[in-house]
Design a protein around this ligand. Sequence first.
Ligand code: GLA
Length: 442
Amino acid sequence: MGIEDDWRVITRDNRRDGAAAVAGIRGAGFRGPGISGGGVEARPMCMRSIPRMQLEQAIELFTRHFGRAPACAAAAPGRVNLIGEHVDYNDGFVLPMAIERQTLIVAAPRSDGHRLGGIISAGQPEPVSFSTEELTPPEQPTWVDYIRGVVAGFAEAGHEVPGFEAAIVSDVPVGGGLSSSAALEVAAATTLESLLGRPLDPVKKALLCQQAEHRFARVPCGIMDQFISVLGRAGHALLLDCRSLEPRHVAMTDEGVTVLIANTNCKHELTGGEYAERRAQCEAAARALGVASLRDIDVNTVIAAKPRLEPLVFRRAYHVVSEIERTPRAAAMLEAGDYEGFGRLMLDSHATLRDAFEVSTQELDLLVELAEQRMGEGGVYGARMTGAGFGGCTVTLVRSDKAHSVERYLYTHYLEQTGIEPTIFATRPADGARLVDLGGSS
Ligand code: GLA
């Protein structure tokens, strides 16, 4: 049982009336993300603010459990990675974007002076309470350790974290490879910034959240997820050099193109050990190739070294090094509107993740193959698995006027061939973490 399994926040993934449920406060009237069975619409460029229902649910949860009104609210998005997979911990380039799904926390300082954090999460029967003073990493992490880890980071940075109470509601699917953990960490950090009245430097904030995941959830993740959840920008993907941490926002404002996320609904679990194993294999590959990190060599050097490398080490290095080369090229193509070129690189990325890095699954491969069948006239530019793998989601780039028919195609054939209902939705690139006005605007 992984950590994410017992964080059962409310998701609306399988609601057929999802479009109505997520109508934004400011964007009232525009259509929300398509939901499986409900169809996918081409998405207009106005940004979705915090859905009214989500905010109301969080306020109601807080009020019911703590008997008073919350004083502040903060939200942080999940992400989809367009390309650049398993390269962030190899000092490479990634190209994620924040999605229109987020974790929302409403909170207030405690009135009794106790330095305790009291948290209630939608879907959890009871609130959890922990000391904000004594924070040691757990033996057996649970969902609340993501938050304890963030509080510990603030304390270590010299902040005196007061006692507080908080209610959490999220529509980032848990175990879907869309960074529900980073969304939780970053939402928690943003809440603490608000409670303390002290904003952190954004990059330091992302690093603090990454440390929380390393030390309190025991997942040796890279920086991509926390970084995009903090620094995402509406209408933009983000090309991040994970060595220098230099970000570059890449405009994605063409309404003719839609990003479709398809969830295999086979959960991935980073705590299962495969992620840490891949990371260790990459470090071994760099050592075998005599470099500090796989960022420091090119594909030809890896190919030339093949005879003296263990086959597995060669495969791991081959994916990482070719993916690091692909990603800035892909970003340039996206910027230039060369979606065919971008789509081809997505397929190349999927192929090396599947065959060389070995983190795909039959279900992910099936969704990518189905998308490939709709290339050309069908409107698909390309598709690939996204996130760590071992389950989770694919990302497909598609012409907006064909998004609905592609969604139907993926849904019907995936269900027919696996017996599993996929969840498919379209998203525009969203903003990163932000404070939310309890009256409704963010
Ligand atoms: C997870 C990690 C990230 C990154 C991806 C794979 O999402 O949290 O740091 O390594 O897997 O690209």
